[in-house]
Write a new protein. Sequence first.
Length: 339
Amino acid sequence: MTIRVLIVDDSRSMRALLMAQLSEEADIEVVASAASAAEARELIRSLDPDVVTLDVEMPQMNGLDFLEKIMRLRPTPVIIVSGVTQDGTEAAARALALGAIDCYAKSDLPGGLPANDNGRLAQLIRQAAQVKFTPQWRQAVHRPAVPAQPRSARLIAIGASTGGVEALQIVLRDFPEDCPPTLIVQHLNANFTDAVAKRLDANCRAKVVVAETDLPLRSGHIYFAPGGDRHLAVGGSDSLYTKLRRDDLVSGHRPSVDVLFHSVARCAGRNAVGVLLTGMGSDGAQGLLAMARAGAFTVAQDEATCTVFGMPRSAIALGAAGVIAPIDRIAAHALDKVA
């Protein structure tokens, strides 16, 4: 199947460079390009592209404001292609929170694109083309949360991938200031980790920090896995703490949700809650099953509100999910089990 791409960038030379780069891919067709949000809006309506590449810095309406409109009015897989998303900027974090599938940084080299990106942009476009937004995708995130009833869990572990930054914002906005220790593995480019953690922290009553090794787990703290070269896990028994370890990829990822969930199953057992959110692939499914078998309460995001249903679908197929819930109900389900 040919992936139909719309390029949106105010620079004529950048549009030409992107078209030339993508024309080398047999399965990708650039169906049009646009120099402004207004032009792009009409092309999205008429051509219905599979994927949009979108610059941030544009005249009249910037790319992030346009992205917000796209995701609200006509959800479409978007890859941000911009110089301002380099080095983990707030622009990248905001784009991911608004629903962009990923960010691709323009190079500082002459011409603006890497001389050889080893097919990274094309691969991001292929991944984005697998995302299919359902009509219910945005409709289920505005209902009021269900009041929590305390139970017995002492920590919460969350895993997410594609679409996860936006999903995490929705889940964490309902977490109280004194929430149980919460650990998060989000598949993410390491350059964006700090910016995303800061954005989540700014929109959450609890304290969101990038995890370091041997941190004691404390109430009111949310530990966000650093991207790239280390797995996040839990250690200890009576007193739990974070562990970061440099190991091979697990379930195709580092950090891996499976690594986190398996460690929680071993160290916390029935005193934990496991949550698996939107994401491509199956990372976290086996780990959620291990948590369920250890007696933990487990939740998977439902298909209607997932950007990509892959990870939750895999967990549900294994019988690992005790509850399947829309994104705006997941915090209430998790907190309902908290001591």
